[in-house]
Ligand binder design. Structure first.
Ligand code: NAD
Ligand code: TYD
Length: 355
Protein backbone atom coordinates (compact mmCIF):
# COMPACT_ATOMS: atom_id res chain seq x y z
CA UNK A 1 0.00 0.00 0.00
CA UNK A 2 0.87 3.65 -0.33
CA UNK A 3 -0.75 6.53 1.55
CA UNK A 4 -1.76 9.62 -0.38
CA UNK A 5 -2.72 12.71 1.62
CA UNK A 6 -5.09 15.28 0.11
CA UNK A 7 -6.31 12.72 -2.41
CA UNK A 8 -9.78 14.28 -2.58
CA UNK A 9 -8.37 17.51 -4.02
CA UNK A 10 -7.61 18.42 -7.61
CA UNK A 11 -4.19 16.88 -8.21
CA UNK A 12 -4.54 14.18 -5.54
CA UNK A 13 -7.73 12.77 -7.07
CA UNK A 14 -6.13 12.64 -10.51
CA UNK A 15 -3.09 10.96 -8.95
CA UNK A 16 -5.16 8.30 -7.14
CA UNK A 17 -6.99 7.48 -10.37
CA UNK A 18 -3.78 7.28 -12.40
CA UNK A 19 -2.07 5.22 -9.70
CA UNK A 20 -4.86 2.62 -9.54
CA UNK A 21 -4.84 2.32 -13.33
CA UNK A 22 -1.07 1.84 -13.64
CA UNK A 23 0.42 0.45 -10.41
CA UNK A 24 -0.20 -2.74 -8.47
CA UNK A 25 -0.22 -1.37 -4.89
CA UNK A 26 -3.37 -0.11 -3.24
CA UNK A 27 -3.93 3.47 -2.08
CA UNK A 28 -5.16 4.83 1.22
CA UNK A 29 -6.38 8.39 0.78
CA UNK A 30 -6.11 10.47 3.96
CA UNK A 31 -8.03 13.70 3.49
CA UNK A 32 -9.70 16.11 5.88
CA UNK A 33 -12.24 17.19 3.23
CA UNK A 34 -11.72 20.91 3.41
CA UNK A 35 -13.81 23.06 1.04
CA UNK A 36 -11.40 21.90 -1.72
CA UNK A 37 -11.72 18.18 -0.97
CA UNK A 38 -14.51 16.38 -2.69
CA UNK A 39 -15.27 12.67 -2.70
CA UNK A 40 -17.29 13.13 -5.89
CA UNK A 41 -13.92 13.55 -7.61
CA UNK A 42 -13.19 9.89 -6.81
CA UNK A 43 -16.68 8.44 -7.19
CA UNK A 44 -15.49 6.19 -10.05
CA UNK A 45 -12.85 4.46 -7.88
CA UNK A 46 -14.73 4.43 -4.57
CA UNK A 47 -15.67 0.76 -5.03
CA UNK A 48 -12.19 -0.36 -6.12
CA UNK A 49 -10.92 -2.97 -3.60
CA UNK A 50 -7.43 -1.42 -3.81
CA UNK A 51 -8.74 1.99 -2.70
CA UNK A 52 -9.68 3.17 0.78
CA UNK A 53 -10.66 6.60 2.06
CA UNK A 54 -9.79 7.76 5.57
CA UNK A 55 -11.26 11.03 6.81
CA UNK A 56 -8.64 12.91 8.83
CA UNK A 57 -6.09 15.65 9.23
CA UNK A 58 -2.38 15.19 8.48
CA UNK A 59 -1.72 17.16 11.68
CA UNK A 60 -3.59 14.62 13.86
CA UNK A 61 -0.65 12.65 15.28
CA UNK A 62 -2.76 10.02 17.01
CA UNK A 63 -4.72 9.25 13.87
CA UNK A 64 -1.67 9.28 11.58
CA UNK A 65 0.42 7.12 13.96
CA UNK A 66 -2.37 4.54 14.11
CA UNK A 67 -2.91 4.63 10.35
CA UNK A 68 0.79 4.10 9.61
CA UNK A 69 1.00 1.22 12.09
CA UNK A 70 -2.06 -0.41 10.53
CA UNK A 71 -1.44 0.19 6.81
CA UNK A 72 2.37 -0.17 6.84
CA UNK A 73 2.77 1.81 3.63
CA UNK A 74 5.86 1.58 1.46
CA UNK A 75 5.44 5.26 0.55
CA UNK A 76 3.60 8.46 1.48
CA UNK A 77 2.78 11.08 -1.14
CA UNK A 78 1.88 14.37 0.54
CA UNK A 79 -0.56 16.48 -1.50
CA UNK A 80 -2.57 17.80 1.48
CA UNK A 81 -2.42 21.58 1.62
CA UNK A 82 -4.29 24.81 1.48
CA UNK A 83 -3.53 25.80 -2.10
CA UNK A 84 -5.20 29.04 -3.18
CA UNK A 85 -3.08 32.23 -3.16
CA UNK A 86 -6.10 34.57 -3.00
CA UNK A 87 -7.49 32.80 0.07
CA UNK A 88 -4.06 33.03 1.74
CA UNK A 89 -4.17 36.80 1.20
CA UNK A 90 -7.54 37.04 2.98
CA UNK A 91 -6.24 34.98 5.90
CA UNK A 92 -3.31 32.59 6.23
CA UNK A 93 -4.14 30.75 9.48
CA UNK A 94 -5.25 27.55 7.74
CA UNK A 95 -2.18 27.71 5.48
CA UNK A 96 0.15 27.75 8.47
CA UNK A 97 -1.91 25.09 10.27
CA UNK A 98 -1.89 22.57 7.41
CA UNK A 99 1.06 23.43 5.17
CA UNK A 100 3.56 24.11 7.97
CA UNK A 101 2.35 22.54 11.22
CA UNK A 102 0.43 19.70 9.55
CA UNK A 103 3.40 18.76 7.37
CA UNK A 104 5.65 18.86 10.46
CA UNK A 105 3.38 16.41 12.33
CA UNK A 106 3.15 14.16 9.29
CA UNK A 107 6.96 14.13 9.04
CA UNK A 108 7.32 13.34 12.74
CA UNK A 109 4.78 10.51 12.54
CA UNK A 110 6.61 9.18 9.48
CA UNK A 111 9.93 9.38 11.31
CA UNK A 112 8.55 7.26 14.14
CA UNK A 113 7.07 4.78 11.66
CA UNK A 114 10.30 4.46 9.63
CA UNK A 115 12.27 3.79 12.84
CA UNK A 116 9.97 0.82 13.51
CA UNK A 117 10.61 -0.79 10.10
CA UNK A 118 12.99 -3.63 9.33
CA UNK A 119 16.22 -2.42 7.65
CA UNK A 120 14.96 -3.83 4.35
CA UNK A 121 11.59 -2.01 4.51
CA UNK A 122 13.37 1.16 5.64
CA UNK A 123 15.60 1.11 2.58
CA UNK A 124 12.70 1.02 0.16
CA UNK A 125 10.41 3.48 2.01
CA UNK A 126 9.81 6.93 0.43
CA UNK A 127 8.16 10.17 1.61
CA UNK A 128 7.38 12.32 -1.42
CA UNK A 129 6.42 15.92 -0.73
CA UNK A 130 4.44 17.67 -3.49
CA UNK A 131 5.35 21.34 -3.73
CA UNK A 132 5.14 24.29 -6.05
CA UNK A 133 7.33 26.54 -8.20
CA UNK A 134 5.86 29.51 -6.30
CA UNK A 135 8.47 28.97 -3.53
CA UNK A 136 11.08 30.44 -5.93
CA UNK A 137 9.32 33.81 -6.17
CA UNK A 138 8.80 35.86 -9.32
CA UNK A 139 10.84 36.08 -12.54
CA UNK A 140 11.38 39.01 -14.88
CA UNK A 141 10.37 38.37 -18.48
CA UNK A 142 13.94 37.73 -19.69
CA UNK A 143 15.17 35.71 -16.67
CA UNK A 144 16.03 32.03 -17.17
CA UNK A 145 13.44 29.56 -15.86
CA UNK A 146 13.66 28.22 -12.27
CA UNK A 147 16.15 25.39 -11.76
CA UNK A 148 16.38 23.37 -8.53
CA UNK A 149 19.27 25.68 -7.48
CA UNK A 150 17.16 28.85 -7.56
CA UNK A 151 17.00 30.57 -4.16
CA UNK A 152 13.70 30.35 -2.29
CA UNK A 153 11.97 33.77 -2.40
CA UNK A 154 8.28 33.16 -1.60
CA UNK A 155 6.08 36.25 -1.88
CA UNK A 156 2.56 35.19 -0.84
CA UNK A 157 1.42 33.66 2.45
CA UNK A 158 0.63 30.50 0.43
CA UNK A 159 4.09 30.22 -1.12
CA UNK A 160 5.77 31.10 2.19
CA UNK A 161 3.88 28.27 3.89
CA UNK A 162 4.86 25.83 1.12
CA UNK A 163 8.48 27.01 1.33
CA UNK A 164 8.43 26.36 5.09
CA UNK A 165 7.10 22.84 4.50
CA UNK A 166 9.81 22.16 1.90
CA UNK A 167 12.45 23.25 4.42
CA UNK A 168 11.02 20.94 7.09
CA UNK A 169 11.10 18.04 4.63
CA UNK A 170 14.71 18.84 3.76
CA UNK A 171 15.66 19.13 7.45
CA UNK A 172 14.09 15.75 8.24
CA UNK A 173 16.28 14.21 5.57
CA UNK A 174 19.51 15.89 6.62
CA UNK A 175 19.00 15.60 10.37
CA UNK A 176 17.18 12.28 10.75
CA UNK A 177 17.93 10.54 7.46
CA UNK A 178 14.23 10.41 6.49
CA UNK A 179 14.06 9.06 2.91
CA UNK A 180 12.40 12.04 1.22
CA UNK A 181 11.90 13.49 -2.25
CA UNK A 182 10.43 16.90 -3.07
CA UNK A 183 8.83 17.92 -6.34
CA UNK A 184 8.21 21.58 -7.29
CA UNK A 185 5.66 21.85 -10.06
CA UNK A 186 4.29 24.73 -12.11
CA UNK A 187 0.56 25.61 -12.44
CA UNK A 188 -1.60 22.57 -13.15
CA UNK A 189 -4.89 22.43 -15.03
CA UNK A 190 -7.26 19.65 -16.00
CA UNK A 191 -10.36 17.75 -14.81
CA UNK A 192 -11.62 18.07 -11.20
CA UNK A 193 -9.97 21.49 -10.73
CA UNK A 194 -11.88 23.53 -8.16
CA UNK A 195 -13.45 26.53 -9.95
CA UNK A 196 -11.71 29.17 -7.85
CA UNK A 197 -8.45 28.88 -9.86
CA UNK A 198 -7.96 30.71 -13.15
CA UNK A 199 -8.76 28.07 -15.79
CA UNK A 200 -11.81 26.34 -14.24
CA UNK A 201 -13.14 29.69 -12.99
CA UNK A 202 -13.02 31.15 -16.49
CA UNK A 203 -14.69 28.09 -18.04
CA UNK A 204 -17.50 27.93 -15.48
CA UNK A 205 -18.08 31.70 -15.36
CA UNK A 206 -18.17 31.87 -19.16
CA UNK A 207 -20.78 29.12 -19.35
CA UNK A 208 -22.83 30.75 -16.55
CA UNK A 209 -22.88 34.07 -18.46
CA UNK A 210 -20.80 35.79 -15.76
CA UNK A 211 -17.89 38.19 -16.07
CA UNK A 212 -14.37 36.80 -16.59
CA UNK A 213 -12.26 38.73 -14.03
CA UNK A 214 -8.66 39.26 -15.20
CA UNK A 215 -6.36 40.69 -12.53
CA UNK A 216 -4.31 43.81 -13.36
CA UNK A 217 -3.14 44.01 -16.98
CA UNK A 218 -3.51 40.27 -17.64
CA UNK A 219 0.19 40.00 -18.54
CA UNK A 220 1.28 37.81 -15.62
CA UNK A 221 2.84 34.62 -16.93
CA UNK A 222 2.32 31.08 -15.64
CA UNK A 223 3.88 27.84 -16.95
CA UNK A 224 0.92 25.50 -17.46
CA UNK A 225 1.07 21.71 -17.08
CA UNK A 226 -1.72 19.21 -17.68
CA UNK A 227 -2.43 17.44 -14.38
CA UNK A 228 -1.90 13.91 -15.77
CA UNK A 229 1.65 14.90 -16.78
CA UNK A 230 2.30 16.09 -13.23
CA UNK A 231 0.98 12.83 -11.77
CA UNK A 232 3.18 10.80 -14.11
CA UNK A 233 6.24 12.79 -13.03
CA UNK A 234 5.46 12.12 -9.36
CA UNK A 235 5.17 8.37 -10.06
CA UNK A 236 8.55 8.46 -11.79
CA UNK A 237 10.17 10.42 -8.96
CA UNK A 238 8.78 7.94 -6.46
CA UNK A 239 10.09 4.98 -8.45
CA UNK A 240 13.46 6.31 -9.57
CA UNK A 241 14.22 9.66 -7.89
CA UNK A 242 17.36 10.06 -5.81
CA UNK A 243 16.77 10.40 -2.06
CA UNK A 244 16.95 13.92 -0.65
CA UNK A 245 16.73 15.46 -4.13
CA UNK A 246 14.22 17.94 -5.46
CA UNK A 247 12.81 17.77 -8.98
CA UNK A 248 11.22 20.68 -10.82
CA UNK A 249 8.22 19.71 -12.96
CA UNK A 250 6.93 21.83 -15.82
CA UNK A 251 5.97 21.48 -19.46
CA UNK A 252 7.59 24.61 -20.97
CA UNK A 253 4.16 26.11 -21.65
CA UNK A 254 4.43 29.74 -20.62
CA UNK A 255 1.34 31.83 -21.33
CA UNK A 256 0.14 35.14 -19.96
CA UNK A 257 -3.28 35.19 -18.32
CA UNK A 258 -4.95 37.07 -21.12
CA UNK A 259 -3.68 34.51 -23.65
CA UNK A 260 -5.14 31.74 -21.48
CA UNK A 261 -8.51 33.45 -21.13
CA UNK A 262 -8.65 34.19 -24.87
CA UNK A 263 -7.85 30.55 -25.66
CA UNK A 264 -10.68 29.41 -23.36
CA UNK A 265 -13.15 31.86 -24.93
CA UNK A 266 -12.17 30.86 -28.46
CA UNK A 267 -12.51 27.14 -27.72
CA UNK A 268 -15.92 27.68 -26.09
CA UNK A 269 -17.02 29.79 -29.06
CA UNK A 270 -16.55 26.63 -31.14
CA UNK A 271 -17.68 23.96 -28.70
CA UNK A 272 -20.65 25.75 -27.05
CA UNK A 273 -21.39 29.00 -28.94
CA UNK A 274 -23.26 31.72 -27.03
CA UNK A 275 -26.93 31.91 -27.95
CA UNK A 276 -26.53 35.57 -29.07
CA UNK A 277 -23.76 34.59 -31.49
CA UNK A 278 -21.21 36.86 -29.74
CA UNK A 279 -17.82 35.69 -28.47
CA UNK A 280 -17.23 34.77 -24.81
CA UNK A 281 -14.41 37.37 -25.00
CA UNK A 282 -17.17 39.98 -24.47
CA UNK A 283 -17.40 38.76 -20.85
CA UNK A 284 -13.78 39.66 -19.99
CA UNK A 285 -13.37 42.43 -17.40
CA UNK A 286 -10.14 43.77 -15.93
CA UNK A 287 -10.30 43.93 -12.13
CA UNK A 288 -8.06 45.22 -9.33
CA UNK A 289 -4.79 43.34 -9.23
CA UNK A 290 -3.93 40.73 -6.59
CA UNK A 291 -1.66 42.30 -3.90
CA UNK A 292 1.96 41.16 -4.36
CA UNK A 293 1.01 39.40 -7.62
CA UNK A 294 4.02 37.40 -8.91
CA UNK A 295 4.75 38.47 -12.48
CA UNK A 296 6.14 35.31 -13.99
CA UNK A 297 6.81 31.65 -13.15
CA UNK A 298 8.71 29.31 -15.47
CA UNK A 299 10.17 25.87 -14.81
CA UNK A 300 13.36 24.35 -16.16
CA UNK A 301 12.59 20.62 -16.01
CA UNK A 302 15.96 19.47 -17.42
CA UNK A 303 16.89 17.46 -14.31
CA UNK A 304 13.60 15.52 -14.36
CA UNK A 305 13.88 14.95 -18.11
CA UNK A 306 17.53 13.83 -18.05
CA UNK A 307 17.52 11.77 -14.84
CA UNK A 308 14.06 10.23 -14.95
CA UNK A 309 13.25 10.36 -18.67
CA UNK A 310 10.03 12.35 -18.15
CA UNK A 311 8.37 14.20 -21.00
CA UNK A 312 5.01 16.02 -20.95
CA UNK A 313 2.47 14.22 -23.14
CA UNK A 314 0.06 17.12 -23.59
CA UNK A 315 0.70 20.45 -25.30
CA UNK A 316 -1.15 23.43 -23.81
CA UNK A 317 -3.57 23.37 -26.74
CA UNK A 318 -4.42 19.65 -26.47
CA UNK A 319 -4.63 19.74 -22.66
CA UNK A 320 -6.83 22.82 -22.62
CA UNK A 321 -9.17 21.31 -25.19
CA UNK A 322 -9.54 18.13 -23.08
CA UNK A 323 -10.11 20.22 -19.96
CA UNK A 324 -12.82 22.38 -21.50
CA UNK A 325 -14.56 19.32 -22.91
CA UNK A 326 -14.42 17.71 -19.45
CA UNK A 327 -16.15 20.74 -17.87
CA UNK A 328 -18.79 20.70 -20.60
CA UNK A 329 -19.43 17.01 -19.92
CA UNK A 330 -19.40 17.27 -16.12
CA UNK A 331 -21.77 20.08 -15.20
CA UNK A 332 -23.05 17.90 -12.35
CA UNK A 333 -19.61 17.79 -10.68
CA UNK A 334 -19.37 21.57 -10.99
CA UNK A 335 -22.77 22.16 -9.41
CA UNK A 336 -21.86 19.64 -6.66
CA UNK A 337 -18.74 21.56 -5.61
CA UNK A 338 -20.09 25.08 -6.04
CA UNK A 339 -22.05 24.97 -2.81
CA UNK A 340 -23.09 27.79 -0.48
CA UNK A 341 -19.53 28.09 0.86
CA UNK A 342 -18.26 28.52 -2.70
CA UNK A 343 -20.76 31.30 -3.35
CA UNK A 344 -19.65 33.07 -0.15
CA UNK A 345 -16.05 32.96 -1.41
CA UNK A 346 -16.99 34.35 -4.83
CA UNK A 347 -18.79 37.30 -3.23
CA UNK A 348 -15.88 37.97 -0.85
CA UNK A 349 -13.28 37.88 -3.64
CA UNK A 350 -15.12 39.39 -6.62
CA UNK A 351 -18.14 41.23 -5.19
CA UNK A 352 -20.59 42.30 -7.88
CA UNK A 353 -17.99 42.06 -10.67
CA UNK A 354 -18.04 38.31 -11.16
CA UNK A 355 -19.69 36.52 -8.24
P1 NAD B 1 -6.49 21.31 -3.60
O1 NAD B 1 -6.71 22.54 -2.78
O2 NAD B 1 -7.36 21.05 -4.78
O3 NAD B 1 -6.60 20.01 -2.66
C1 NAD B 1 -6.02 19.94 -1.40
C2 NAD B 1 -6.57 18.70 -0.71
O4 NAD B 1 -5.95 18.60 0.60
C3 NAD B 1 -8.08 18.75 -0.45
O5 NAD B 1 -8.68 17.52 -0.77
C4 NAD B 1 -8.19 19.04 1.05
O6 NAD B 1 -9.38 18.51 1.63
C5 NAD B 1 -6.95 18.33 1.57
N1 NAD B 1 -6.49 18.87 2.85
C6 NAD B 1 -6.34 20.18 3.18
N2 NAD B 1 -5.88 20.27 4.45
C7 NAD B 1 -5.72 19.00 4.91
C8 NAD B 1 -5.26 18.45 6.12
N3 NAD B 1 -4.87 19.23 7.14
N4 NAD B 1 -5.23 17.10 6.25
C9 NAD B 1 -5.64 16.29 5.24
N5 NAD B 1 -6.09 16.76 4.07
C10 NAD B 1 -6.12 18.11 3.90
O7 NAD B 1 -4.95 21.37 -4.01
P2 NAD B 1 -4.25 20.85 -5.35
O8 NAD B 1 -4.32 21.92 -6.37
O9 NAD B 1 -4.73 19.49 -5.67
O10 NAD B 1 -2.74 20.80 -4.85
C11 NAD B 1 -2.22 19.60 -4.23
C12 NAD B 1 -0.79 19.87 -3.82
O11 NAD B 1 -0.02 20.22 -4.97
C13 NAD B 1 -0.62 21.02 -2.84
O12 NAD B 1 0.37 20.67 -1.91
C14 NAD B 1 -0.15 22.18 -3.70
O13 NAD B 1 0.65 23.08 -2.97
C15 NAD B 1 0.66 21.45 -4.77
N6 NAD B 1 0.73 22.10 -6.08
C16 NAD B 1 -0.41 22.54 -6.71
C17 NAD B 1 -0.31 23.11 -7.98
C18 NAD B 1 -1.54 23.57 -8.71
O14 NAD B 1 -1.40 24.19 -9.79
N7 NAD B 1 -2.74 23.28 -8.26
C19 NAD B 1 0.95 23.26 -8.59
C20 NAD B 1 2.08 22.80 -7.91
C21 NAD B 1 1.96 22.22 -6.66
P1 TYD C 1 -4.36 30.91 -9.91
O1 TYD C 1 -5.11 29.91 -10.73
O2 TYD C 1 -4.97 31.43 -8.66
O3 TYD C 1 -2.93 30.25 -9.62
P2 TYD C 1 -1.60 30.93 -8.96
O4 TYD C 1 -1.93 32.23 -8.37
O5 TYD C 1 -1.24 29.90 -7.92
O6 TYD C 1 -0.60 31.03 -10.08
O7 TYD C 1 -4.02 32.15 -10.83
C1 TYD C 1 -3.31 31.99 -12.04
C2 TYD C 1 -3.10 33.38 -12.61
O8 TYD C 1 -4.36 33.93 -12.98
C3 TYD C 1 -2.49 34.36 -11.61
O9 TYD C 1 -1.59 35.22 -12.31
C4 TYD C 1 -3.68 35.15 -11.11
C5 TYD C 1 -4.62 35.16 -12.31
N1 TYD C 1 -6.08 35.20 -12.00
C6 TYD C 1 -6.89 36.16 -12.60
O10 TYD C 1 -6.42 37.00 -13.40
N2 TYD C 1 -8.22 36.16 -12.29
C7 TYD C 1 -8.77 35.27 -11.42
O11 TYD C 1 -10.01 35.35 -11.17
C8 TYD C 1 -7.92 34.27 -10.83
C9 TYD C 1 -8.48 33.26 -9.87
C10 TYD C 1 -6.58 34.28 -11.16
Amino acid sequence: MIIVTGGAGFIGSNFVRQWLANESDGVVNLDKLSYAGNLQSLADVAGNPRYRFVHGDIGDRKLVDALLAEVKPRAIVNFAAESHVDRSIHGADEFIATNVVGTFHLLEATRGYVASLTPEARTSFRFLHVSTDEVYGSLNMDDPAFTEEHAYQPNSPYSASKAASDHLVRAHHHTYGLPVLTTNCSNNYGPYHFPEKLIPLMITNALAGKNLPVYGDGKNVRDWLYVEDHCHAIRLALAKGRLGETYNIGGRNERNNLEVVHAICDALDQLRPRSDGKSYREQIVFVTDRPGHDRRYAIDATKLENELGWRAQESFESGLRKTIQWYLDNAEWVSGVTSGAYRDWMTKQYGKVAA
